[in-house]
Design a protein around this ligand. Structure first.
Ligand code: GDP
Length: 199
């Protein structure tokens, strides 16, 4: 597992701190509590690479994990955090948008959604942005273990049907079931990363 090599490199609060924009990177985004940290830990087979926590939205930074000299995974700040001020929210929104818009090495976005609460307004905004900027996006419907097999399949089909509105000829959008707890969908997720990172 190539992703096991992931090593924490830097947490960025301001865009001036970004590591050099060379090679390839893939960013993970999602509403707080969607299971992003757990997914990063599962994919990299590391217990606590990305911190998991029950207090949503504690991390207000862009976190870089190096895979090798040319490839990185990025943990974007969870959105939907309630306990920060408007000013901080705006600062974050700006920082995040500018990162997404200007980062040449960014090859794709992994968007995580709790299978029981998919397609929040923020998810939709993210998908619209990906559509307009032709950024490939792969959705993980997380915590699939919380539903029965049948219910998770039907949730997958329902979200898939709604994704057609975010599709254009030039946009690449895909989706899968995922569970960090049961380790389902790991290989599928890694193979999408392989493609984007050129592994
Ligand atoms: P983040 O805020 O998006 O990074 O979410 P976390 O990874 O910290 O997970 C939020 C909560 O959901 C934690 O209590 C996790 O234990 C739980 N969780 C995450 N992934 C799964 C999963 O695949 N299955 C189940 N049952 N719970 C999960």
């Amino acid at each position: 597992n190539f992703y096991h090599q992931a090593k924490y490199t830097i947490s960025v609060h301001n865009l001036s701190q970004l590591p050099s924009d060379t090679g390839r990177e893939v960013a993970f985004a999602g509403r707080s509590n969607a299971g992003k940290s757990s997914a990063i830990n599962a994919i990299t087979q590391q217990k606590s690479l990305a911190r998991t926590s029950k207090t949503p939205g504690r991390t207000q930074q862009i976190i870089f994990f190096e895979l090798d000299e040319k490839r990185r995974l990025i943990d974007l700040p969870g959105y939907g955090y309630a306990k920060v001020s408007i000013t901080i929210k705006q600062h974050w929104q700006n920082t995040l948008e500018r990162y997404l818009q200007t980062r040449d090495s960014l090859r794709g976005l992994i968007l995580l959604m709790d299978i029981r609460h998919p397609l929040t307004d923020f998810d939709k905004n993210m998908l619209l942005w990906c559509q307009h900027s032709a950024m490939p996006v792969h959705i993980l419907l997380t915590k699939a273990d919380k539903l029965s097999f049948g219910a998770s399949k039907s949730a997958l089909l329902q979200v898939k049907a709604q994704l057609t509105q975010f599709k254009t000829e030039s946009s690449e959008i895909s989706i899968q079931l995922f569970s960090s707890l049961k380790l389902t969908g790991l290989e599928e997720a890694r193979s999408v990363l392989d493609g984007w990172l050129g592994v």
